[in-house]
Ligand binder design. Structure first.
Ligand SMILES: [Cu+2]
Length: 314
């Protein structure tokens, strides 16, 4: 279950933070992604990290079993209320961080709501005709200031860690340039001398199984299990290159280059849209990324360089 994985992942991170400045690495980490602290020492928890983690895991699972973990997809669905299925390490961490915040906020809402109901019932006018005149309580005021501060400090650790991970592009094996235009995208593969435009497929030309307002004539083809750098700019106004399943959203600004990265773990077709209001056809310049195996990607490169030999590419 995704929720349990999420809580477990959070606990791994949390125990890492508690143990000697993030000295305990995540067991499931599989990528050379940037971390705040490299190198590891043994965890000093006398009860053993696994045992304490198990207890905390069980406790949180019992408490937060009400959290709705709805179905995921790699494209928007009617009445969808939750994230698309994460397929990159960044989106995995974003999802986990979101769930952590949801748990913290849910707990605060439950505690404050319960206190409010208690006060409303316990101190109602009919049962409490002579109300207390107490106006200050120093200890109480220190507590209700210190607890939110501690919560914010606790949240800041995974937050900064994630920001750093998103910001620093690891060594990239492929660079793609995405140029926003009113109202289509131009893609360049500078290392392979490939350039093409990607336009929306009009509604009356959609084939069976294609998505309205999301389909394009030329997809971005990328290999899986590869660090891919996206650099983006614009030829006219502000656009934004965004693919939700990747956890990627980067503004395309005329006259400057912005950079981000992703590493797709699963083959598939992933849909995104321009996410900056760019004019009257802002909603008509979708983004489609097709992740294929490295061998298929090599074939696609050949087909783009020699279109006469293999005309079906892209
Ligand atoms: Cu746009």
């Amino acid at each position: 279950m995704r929720g349990l994985q999420t809580i477990d992942s959070f606990l791994q991170d949390f125990s890492g933070l508690l143990c000697a400045h993030n000295a305990c690495p995540r067991e499931s980490e599989e990528l050379p992604v940037p971390r705040l602290k490299a190198g590891a020492k043994d965890c000093k928890d006398p009860k053993g990290p696994k045992q304490s983690r198990k207890r905390l895991h069980l406790f949180l699972t019992l408490i937060f079993s009400f959290v709705p973990y709805l179905a995921h997809a790699d494209h928007p669905k009617p009445w969808q209320m939750y994230y698309q299925d994460p397929v990159t390490p960044v989106m995995d961490h974003l999802y986990d961080f979101h769930t952590l915040l949801l748990c913290i906020e849910g707990t605060i809402v439950l505690i404050v709501g319960a206190l409010l109901i208690y006060v409303i019932i316990r101190f109602r006018a009919s049962k409490n005709a002579a109300p207390s005149k107490v106006a200050h309580n120093t200890l109480l005021e220190v507590i209700w200031t210190a607890i939110p501060v501690l919560i914010l400090v606790f949240i800041a650790f995974p937050s900064f860690k994630l920001l750093y991970m998103m910001d620093v592009t690891p060594k990239a094996d492929l660079t793609i340039k995405a140029i926003g235009n009113q109202w289509y995208w131009t893609y360049e593969y500078p290392d392979h001398n490939i350039r093409f435009d990607s336009n929306i497929v009009p509604e009356d030309q959609l084939k069976s199984g294609q998505f309205r307002l999301l389909e394009v004539d030329n997809r971005v083809i990328v290999p899986t299990h590869t660090n891919i750098r996206i650099i983006t700019t614009s030829s006219d106004v502000l656009h934004s290159w965004a693919v939700p399943a990747f956890g990627v959203k980067r503004d395309s600004v005329p006259g400057r280059l912005n950079e981000t990265w992703f590493h797709v773990k699963k083959e598939g077709v992933y849909y995104g849209q321009c996410s900056e209001l760019c004019g009257v056809k802002h909603g008509f310049m979708p983004i489609v990324v097709e992740a294929v195996t490295k061998a298929q990607f090599e074939q696609w490169l050949v087909s783009k360089k020699n279109p006469a030999q293999t005309p079906s590419g892209g």
